[in-house]
Design a protein around this ligand. Sequence first.
Ligand code: SF4
Length: 220
Amino acid sequence: MQSVKTNISRLTDDILTKLDKNESPKKLLLHSCCAPCSSYCLEYLSEYFEITDMFYNPNIYPSEEFYKRSGELERLINEMPLKNPVHFLPCSYDAQEFFEAVRGLESLGEGSDRCRACFRLRLERAAKYAKENGFDFFTTTLSISPYKNAQLLYEISKELSSKYGIAFLPSDFKKKNGYKRSIELSKQYSLYRQDYCGCVFSQRESEQRRKDKENKNGKE
Ligand code: SF4
């Protein structure tokens, strides 16, 4: 039986309209994958929340890339004028956590069960941390990418929300021109924009796509 698609944006709006902007802001744990994806999410969400921005991405390869993306996010948080306080929470880099989570799924390609396991790993850390540290909600920037399945992210977040007893903010941040705005902000803040999702497999896949394109263009 096909699962019914959730209107995620409406769920987000339902929560945000109930928040009183005049009261002290609720605490949101925002899992961030990189600065470009976080730019619009921070601009949008800091109107409503005091945000702790968690950079937990053991999927990123190599380590130089991890520290580059983490550094760009920290710079962005320091440079952006944001309505409520935003605190940066960088997590240590342990690539083994990712390799263990995707064992047996390595060759499946982007958008497959490999990504499901990768999303779950990162969201589980966010949900657990949010519960243990008295946050009101957790969410992730991942849904802003046109390449990421917002429905899948919603289902994983919902499951973790019930497992840890912590509310989550459903998100499909690419909607309402969110993705377009993230590109504008990336230009404005001269943010480094990577050309692969993050893991070593996506790096190889991106390289292969580039070579295939070059070969195709060479034949034309
Ligand atoms: S392609 Fe991206 S989401 Fe998928 S496993 Fe690699 S880093 Fe994770």
